[in-house]
Design a binder for this molecule. Structure first.
Ligand code: KG4
Length: 335
């Protein structure tokens, strides 16, 4: 079965083709960073307009790279939610139109399910059950995954997502957009021990996250410095902030795996591109006799290959979409 995956939930227009064995034949991602950079964050109207402008070209390019044509497609899998409604509607309407025109089925997929299953795009996929830490611009959540459709939410952020905290700190420190990579780069020149920021562990038994207090702490330390000092303090502030985020993410993930007596851990979402998080989680999992499954960075960030995979599994289970289905803005996965 040849599957076209489509993803347009936020600010990336992505398409991918999966072949018969679920292998990636082509994957194309068109980002919008240059459009949103001067606003310091995503402007929903500009995001949906840009999806509209590029989606046909992105699909054509993906087909071209795979060496296939529309006539070879057997299924369209598309992100149905959660995300920005205007952005979601572009990909979802495109998928429905294609399904109607080609007379092939389509399936709507929860974006989070895509992230949770993205490790299956790798040659050595994880065994069930596993613990998944999904950290992106819109989500920070811990799941127990017992099967392709069996997700239990163990903890989630009560305020800012981890990526959102990186983006907000970057804006505060005038480091540009997107903030995660900018803060991580700047942190390389800083000392993580220069400041001691709070680690919001919440109640002892909670697997929820909270990052807004940390962001406020960075802001007040920055503003306490004089103008000259502020510039010099930025690398240390970035390093100490990053350390605090990574500490909490790792502690909660290991606590989840230990409490659930699960040995396999999967990392996903855009923040998993962070090399300190990847490196330290790897070390910690080794020390705790846990097996870490790290998808390639391109499969961790928003992409359409994970949507195609999740859609393939959904279709195999006998589910398909209807032309009167609609998009949704909030994920109900695991709740
Ligand atoms: O999953 P993703 O590509 O898409 C959305 O959630 O929309 O994640 C994007 C997020 C942004 O907040 C970005 O700042 C963050 O991931 N990010 C990082 C790094 N690279 C991207 N955060 C920390 N360190 C990084 N190296």
């Amino acid at each position: 079965m040849i599957i076209l995956g489509l993803e347009s939930s936020c600010d990336d227009t992505a398409a991918a083709i999966l072949g018969d064995n679920g292998g990636i034949l082509a994957s194309v991602i068109s980002g919008q960073d240059s459009i949103h950079a001067r606003f310091g964050g995503i402007v929903p109207e500009l995001a949906s307009r840009s999806h509209l402008q590029v989606i046909s070209t992105v699909v054509d390019e993906t087909l071209h790279r795979s060496g296939l044509g529309f006539e070879n497609l057997d299924l369209v899998s598309v992100t149905q939610g959660p995300g920005l409604i205007g952005s979601l509607l572009v990909g979802f309407s495109y998928a429905k139109s294609l399904s109607y025109a080609l007379d092939i089925p389509f399936v709507g997929v929860d974006h989070m399910a895509g992230h949770l299953l993205s490790a299956f795009l790798e040659t050595a996929p994880p065994p069930f059950p596993y613990i998944a830490l999904i950290v992106s611009g819109g989500t920070s959540a811990l799941f127990r995954v017992d099967g392709f459709f069996d997700f239990s939410l163990l903890g989630r952020t009560r305020d800012d997502a981890a990526g959102e905290a990186f983006d907000k700190v970057a804006r505060l420190l005038n480091l540009g957009y997107p903030g995660g990579p900018a803060v991580a780069r700047c942190a390389e020149a800083g000392d993580p021990a220069a400041y001691r920021f709070p680690r919001a562990m919440l109640e002892d038994d909670s697997l929820d996250f909270s990052f807004s207090g940390l962001k406020t702490a960075v802001m007040s330390r920055y503003k306490n410095h004089g103008t000259e000092e502020r510039k010099r303090a930025v690398p240390d502030l970035c390093a100490a902030f990053q350390q605090a985020v990574v500490d909490v993410l790792i502690e909660k993930t290991i606590a989840a795996a230990t409490r659930q007596r699960i040995d396999a851990v999967v990392l996903g979402g855009g923040v998993s591109a962070n090399s300190v998080l990847r490196h330290r989680l790897k070390e910690r999992c080794m020390a705790e006799n846990k097996y870490l499954f790290l998808p390639a960075p391109a499969n961790c960030t928003d992409n359409a290959a994970m949507i195609a995979f999740a859609g393939m599994k959904k279709f195999e289970s006998g589910t398909q979409g209807n032309l009167d289905d609609d998009v949704f803005s909030r994920s109900l996965l695991g709740q």
